[in-house]
Write a protein that binds this ligand. Sequence first.
Ligand code: SF4
Length: 251
Amino acid sequence: MRHESNFLTVNDKVGILNRQSSNFEPQRVLNFAIQRAATNRTALVSSFGAESVVLLHMVSQIDASLPVLFIDTQMLFAETLVYQSEVARQLGLSDVRSISAETLDISVRDPDGTLNMRDKDACCALRKSNPLQQALKGFDAWITGRKRFQSGSRAALEFFEADGNRQIKINPLAHWRPEDLQNYIETHDLPKHPKLAQSFASIGCAPCTSPVKEGEDARAGRWRDSDKTECGIHFVNGEAQRQPQKGEFSS
Ligand code: SF4
């Protein structure tokens, strides 16, 4: 299959993978992607946010040495950094790579850390999209935690999607609902992000994340009072795209 796949385009591969996995559960999608699919070099991209532990646990059950790319924007809650270390240790993940913007880029473009107040898209590009784009250069495919229920732009999300003409994005949780995630966390007694206890339902950078009120959408606390709904982490032909912002790595 790997030999034949060399002659297929990414869109061809995605079509085949989606047809073969259409009735799979997330664990089977992951297993298929990591062990058997036409994706030789695969990484999990994780924010170690509110629900990230689900995919991290699933991956640890299949291959705890799979590279996990953690984007440290240097704007995260201190609790996220502690949680990241603790989850990686507890699950035995042996190749968690912390990805950050170059110190020089930060010092030139956001020396006082206020770019998020002036231009959120530029800040996300500097601190998230560009470092991730660099880190993903060595991979054929990356696993994300995106789900259909999260927003209208994700409503038709498939397990596999083309990311430009070279890479494949894998969305094993595409069809899961919030209750599926909670059931999984409870069933496996997985550690919860400490900010969840403070009414944070979706957890990103500290300046751009606020608690949600009862009845609000989980992502209402992300970039509150702004039109922004996504990090804009979406690549076309290896280049980060800001618009349309249809993709990100959130989990
Ligand atoms: S979420 Fe906010 S602080 Fe984090 S990179 Fe984007 S704009 Fe900057």
